[in-house]
Ligand binder design. Structure first.
Ligand code: RB5
Length: 143
């Protein structure tokens, strides 16, 4: 998990929530408001995740937009910028997203912890979705 200065409070809430759920967290974010560059945090988080041994990753910036764009530039990452529980569940069930992005300055229509839970409580459905996810990943080597 990593965040920039735009999402310190939400990152802290999410970390605590994950730990309450019994999920151990490798935290690479900033816990103070000093300014850092979100592409650096995206790369740090993605590279750590890709070392293996992690079930998923979370990145956060002010909107979630910049850090998700940056993370998706890294081979092997499928980062979903989720705005509600429905999208979070689908990100797992259909897209098998291995990273979620959130925005600390976004006014979500529901508690972002509920959005996170929707992802955590979902399973990848495989089948036709696996074919499509494989096609996404093939785009990484088709350029
Ligand atoms: C930083 O001010 C802000 O641009 C960043 O947190 C994020 O929102 C970028 O997408």
């Amino acid at each position: 998990m990593a965040n920039d200065h735009g999402a310190v409070e939400l990152a802290m809430r999410m970390k605590a929530h994950l730990e309450e759920r019994g999920i151990s967290v490798k935290y690479l974010g900033v816990d103070k408001p000093e300014s850092v560059d979100y592409p650096d945090k995206a790369a740090e988080c993605a590279k750590e995740y890709l070392k293996g041994g992690y079930d998923f990753a979370i990145v956060l910036c002010g909107t979630g937009i910049g850090i998700s764009i940056a993370a998706n530039k890294i081979r092997g990452i499928r980062c979903a910028l989720v705005m509600d529980s429905y999208c979070a569940a689908m990100a797992k069930q259909h897209n098998n997203a291995n990273m979620l992005a959130f925005g600390g300055r976004v006014e979500y229509k529901e508690d972002p912890l509920k959005i996170l839970d929707a992802y955590l409580d979902s399973k990848f459905e495989g089948g036709r979705h696996e074919r499509r996810v494989n096609k996404i990943m093939a785009l990484e080597s088709n350029q």
